[in-house]
Design a protein around this ligand. Sequence first.
Ligand SMILES: [Zn+2]
Length: 511
Amino acid sequence: MTKKLRIATLGIHHETNTFASNPTTMDSFKVSGMQTYAVQRGQQYYDMHELSSTSMAGFIQASNRLDFELVPLIFAATDPGGTISKEVFDTLGGEAFEMLRDQGPFDGVLLNQMGAAVSEEYPDMDGELARRVREIVGPNVPVAMTLDLHANVSQQMADETDALVIYKTNPHTDAVPRAHDACDLVVRMARENWRPAVWLEQPPMVVGIFQHDTRDMPMKAVIDDLETVLAQPGVVGGSIGEGYPWSDVHENGLACYVLHEDSVDEAKKAARWIADRAWANRKELYEPVGPTPSEAVEYALKEAAARPDESGPIVLLDVGDNIGAGSSGDSTFLLAEGVKQGAASWLQTVRDSEAIEACLAAGIGATVTIEVGGKTDSLHGSPVSLTGRITRISDGRFEDTGTVHAGWRFFDGGTTVVIESQEGPTVALVTTRVGNMSREQFYSLGYRPDDFDIVVAKGVVSPRPAYQPIAHEMVTVNTPGATSADMSSFDYKRVRDSLYPLDLEAKYEHG
Ligand SMILES: [Zn+2]
């Protein structure tokens, strides 16, 4: 009988928006909107994911299917935000590396990363983490890293691991099957003393956020090409990194990655075939188009008045305040426009601890006049004055057992207060940067987004699994903010010298 494999898993999972004004510190890891415990150790890391649909849930399922012992070390994940402090990497990374050293030896390692982590010290924090792990376990232990589709994949990440496995869907609904793929590879490597041949190809181009949904053209074509490659004989794996635009790092952009049974040349050929075709389509893959806030609200009001009864809300996607991409969650461009144009049936969240304090002091049922949102920085509009009745006070926790972007389940909005304003909008004031990825966020407060004319969701793709089923229409709005769709509004310093669309004449050449 073969010995049961012991495979460790750890992760420091973060999407870092280097243009966001809120740095990611140890305090940021005290609470996360995406999961009840931002830092999970040992059994807790196991327990918090077993019933979810995250990568870790996939690792757990695969450990049963493939009969290996999964050793959960530590998983730290908090909401996307600004650059990670050195202290975070030293503290959480330090703890992870110590656990890996102390609890080994292991037959394999599964790194549960997001893939766009940037720390003060390491612009490629995921690559640095892989390098440290490799240093500890040595060259002979297979290491695989699972990644979010928004990863900015670096050569270091490819070099310091044996396999990268990235989600193929956006909205992200395949974390579990992709985690199974990663486990299949690691187990095979450990059992057969085999390693795949690897090629990472990075055409110098960025996929625009408006084009990130993998169900729609033109991004669907890139994923279709990946599927074509995956069906080729000899190809044992492959991924696309869609990239994360708001990160000032060298590897910002599209990545095409292929694993072959034994031939680097074949892996290279396949990866370049995908890259060439995406490059030829680069103009279609970057188009920051969409209505302005004023146009979108005007359209939504007209559309809401004309639509049949009970056909659901018009959902306005606030691109510039994409919480799931690290924005502040307190943008007011749409809210101000809603008030200005007299939107009477309107529902949204705004992150604002100060307004919450004022409401808590007034108490439930009281009528208050407060300045809402626009307080984090100068990127997200001015505070909006609202007068309204406080109808709910909640601890902000909610659970979603349905299909959620990236498979999260236990959310935490922190102290939450709802006010129904005389100006029209109903606003849930939240404490954490909890994303608008789940309708339970409102159901748990006693509000049905289904019944409103207009709902604002701060994000581009992550709110879609929640809101598409009930929406009359989803409108992607070209709002300003820390996650603006327009790359030229940011000052990039570390990206490649010639990167499309920052350089419209960028060239992509290979032998
Ligand atoms: Zn993502």
